[in-house]
Write a protein that binds this ligand. Structure first.
Ligand code: ATP
Ligand code: MG
Length: 256
């Protein structure tokens, strides 16, 4: 992933309409570049990541209801932004029903990124306090459903290891084509390995110029044999990423 320009990081803009919010406008984070700046080179990199993962999935014969976990070795490497932009990129293709689930019950980010306000999330769902429909927020004309993390529970690992999480994943597999999980870091929590083993594949995010190579290797070991599909190098200097070819609107005509 190329670096998201600092000028937009952290600012917010009204953008998407929440389908289940009676048409009320919601405010999403500008760093959801897949939708706030879809022609940028960062957005193009997310498209490349998505299509590589889809190809990978197809090679393994996984059709529909695929669960992909996005994690990292330590905190702050860009897991949440990668998961959110990947989910939005998938939803934008229009041929896939996508669910994004914030499994970081300790430091959930998706509810804030998508401007979802205070509402029940995965924590409440796994504690039996709400149904899946109450935890789901719908975006991008219903193509994307987001389950925020909810309130931090006492023992996140126990909830993620429980039967309710398996049942929730089964339900999501039956309702959606792609399920993307935002997972806390592998070296800092037991949660990552638990969730990774319930997923079809894992994407490991490493921060360019920051994450040491052996730390990535240690994270893979900590995932205990879960299927790591690849590593995303996040925050690469934009000058080191090729600019995308411009998208030409309308029909191409022969040169004169
Ligand atoms: N490609 C990028 N370009 C610029 N900044 C980035 C990029 N990816 C992430 N960041 C910044 O790095 C910080 C951490 O990002 P993010 O929250 O996605 O990481 P995380 O791994 O989920 O962190 P945590 O472990 O705290 O949940 C944020 O301030 C975010 O804006
Ligand atoms: Mg995060």
């Amino acid at each position: 992933m190329s670096s998201i320009p600092k000028t937009v990081a952290g600012t917010r803009t009204p953008f998407l309409e929440r389908i289940d919010g009676g048409g009320a406008e919601v405010v999403i984070d500008e760093r959801l570049i897949a939708i706030t700046d879809p022609q940028s080179s960062a957005a193009e990199q997310y498209r490349m990541l998505l299509h590589r993962l889809r190809h990978f999935r197809a090679l393994r014969g996984i059709r529909g209801g695929a669960v992909m976990a996005v994690t990292s070795s330590v905190r702050g490497e860009g897991t949440s932004l990668t998961a959110a932009n990947l989910a939005l990129t998938a939803a934008r293709t229009g041929d896939s029903r996508v669910a994004l689930v914030d499994c970081d019950l300790r430091r959930g980010a998706q509810g804030t990124l998508f401007g979802m306000g205070v509402r029940p999330g995965l924590s409440e769902l796994l504690s039996g306090k709400c149904e899946i429909g109450e935890a789901l927020g719908r975006f991008h004309e219903g193509q994307l459903a987001v389950i925020p993390a909810g309130k931090t529970p006492g023992e996140p690992a126990a909830l993620l290891a429980g039967e309710r999480f398996s049942a929730a994943l089964d339900t999501l597999r039956s309702l959606f084509d792609e399920i993307i999980l935002d997972v806390p870091p592998a070296l800092a929590t037991a949660d990552a390995s638990i969730v990774a083993h319930r997923s079809d594949g894992v994407v490991l995010v490493a921060r360019a110029e920051s994450t040491p190579r052996d730390q990535v290797a240690a994270a893979v070991r900590a995932l205990g044999g879960a299927a790591v599909w690849g590593v995303v190098l996040n925050g690469v200097e934009p000058s080191r990423v090729p600019a995308p070819l411009p998208v030409v609107k309308g029909q191409l005509t022969a040169g004169r």
